[in-house]
Design a protein around this ligand. Structure first.
Ligand code: ACO
Length: 152
């Protein structure tokens, strides 16, 4: 699947340590509670993602002013079933409020799906609220099951 093109001056790339100062945590607040994360803790977590790049593919979209205005993660699960298959999980998708409705979410999801394909996943799945179902359908996904959870 070819992702549509980004607006002029925007780029999609791997999350990096410098995204702390480019507002990626503010962007994530569009999705949920982020907490107070120090620069040190952020950098340690990015290092963990980079050391385990077979499993973690965090992406950001940077706007033409250098702000990290959209982000999303592909997490790869290594399984025994399906001949030791790999399943991609799309997690923590957020587009900054002022940048929503410009096709950036679609580009992000299609890029994460393409990464999952490149990395050999046999499927990509995600959990979302009912209000986002239509968005994910526009990204080419379909409803396949029911999410369940147990909170600690
Ligand atoms: N309901 C119906 N259609 C939608 C919705 C929605 N909630 N959101 C977007 N669309 C449609 C758009 O109208 C567009 O349709 P079109 O091509 O016919 O014009 C298409 O989907 C693509 O929309 P984008 O502009 O790419 O979407 P956007 O950049 O605004 O990103 C997103 C959508 C990620 C849901 C954004 O609104 C957001 O960050 N919301 C808050 C956080 C959130 O809910 N994240 C998803 C959590 S689920 C997870 O993380 C796995």
């Amino acid at each position: 699947m070819e992702p549509p093109s980004l607006p002029e001056g925007y780029q999609i790339r791997a999350l990096s340590k410098g995204d702390y100062d480019r507002g990626v945590l503010e962007t994530l607040k569009t999705l949920t509670t982020v907490g107070h994360i120090s620069k040190h803790d952020f950098e340690q977590r990015v290092e963990l993602f980079q050391r385990n790049s077979d499993f973690y593919t965090p992406l950001v979209i940077e706007d033409n002013e250098g702000n990290a205005i959209a982000t999303g993660m592909l997490l790869i699960e290594a399984k025994l079933i399906h001949n030791c298959g790999l399943v991609g999980h799309i997690e923590d998708i957020a587009v900054q409020s002022s940048q929503q409705g410009k096709g950036l979410g679609l580009i992000l999801i299609q890029s994460l799906i393409n990464k999952a394909k490149e990395k050999g996943c046999y499927k990509v799945i995600l959990d979302c609220s009912t209000e986002n179902v239509e968005f994910y359908k526009k990204c080419g996904m379909k409803v396949e099951g029911t999410e369940m959870g147990f909170r600690f």
